[in-house]
Write a protein that binds this ligand. Structure first.
Ligand SMILES: C[S@@+](CC[C@H](N)C(=O)[O-])C[C@H]1O[C@@H](n2cnc3c(N)ncnc32)[C@H](O)[C@@H]1O
Length: 186
């Protein structure tokens, strides 16, 4: 059982992440994606962003942690949720947008490339992806989880293989300019 699947460590994550959410990212997303569009969130975790996405979009949550999916379901009986690995994306469904907030840094670069390739298959015509990353260099491992840091250049390179239009923007989450988000379209 992994860090996000074990109740004790998942609750530690929730406590650690208290006060941080994707509110500002979702405001940026709204400049790119019309209200009422369909959005798939990868790695929804406790579902704080999912609830905000649901306020504007037809939002579907997903995660590889059954613990987080069950926890969200307990208080949101009607939520549209899927158990989904962000690498394989084993679904036939298509969405106007695929969104994640600090999830894809857990993937090695070859897994990220595979995920992006699959994401294109899961987008409607003209759809877009919106993902955030920790900015930096190198790879670390904590609690058995991989943390792959990215730069503007590395993200442009990886996303550029699958997407024609790629915008990479830095923003602050905990420390000045410690994060990057990517908006990309085919
Ligand atoms: C740092 S948490 C972020 C959670 C949420 N997006 C937030 O901002 O609070 C990372 C989340 O990604 C999920 N995750 C990690 N690897 C994944 C994968 N391969 N496929 C789907 N979800 C994954 C974890 O289970 C966890 O919920």
């Amino acid at each position: 059982m992994g860090f996000y699947d074990d109740e004790e460590t998942a609750l530690q994550y929730i406590a650690m992440a208290e006060g941080y959410d994707g509110r500002e990212l979702i405001e940026v997303l709204r400049n790119h994606l019309q209200d009422g569009s369909s959005v798939l969130e990868l790695g929804m975790g406790p579902g704080v962003d999912l609830t905000m996405l649901e306020n504007h979009y037809l939002a579907t949550g997903s995660d590889i942690s059954q613990y987080f999916l069950d926890r969200y379901r307990d208080s949101n009986a009607d939520a549209d949720l899927m158990f989904l690995d962000a690498v394989e994306l084993e679904t036939e469904r298509k969405f106007d947008c695929i969104y994640s907030n600090k999830v894809l840094h857990h993937l090695a670069n070859d897994q990220l490339a595979l995920s992006l390739h699959r994401q294109i298959d899961c987008l409607t015509d003209g759809g877009l992806v919106f993902h955030s990353f920790w900015r930096g260099e190198g790879v670390e491992e904590h609690h058995g989880l991989k943390f792959v840091y990215q730069s503007e250049d590395s993200l442009r390179e990886i996303f550029g293989v699958s997407f024609g239009k790629v915008e990479v923007v830095s923003y602050t989450e905990m420390e000045s300019d410690d994060s990057l988000y990517v908006v990309a379209r085919v």
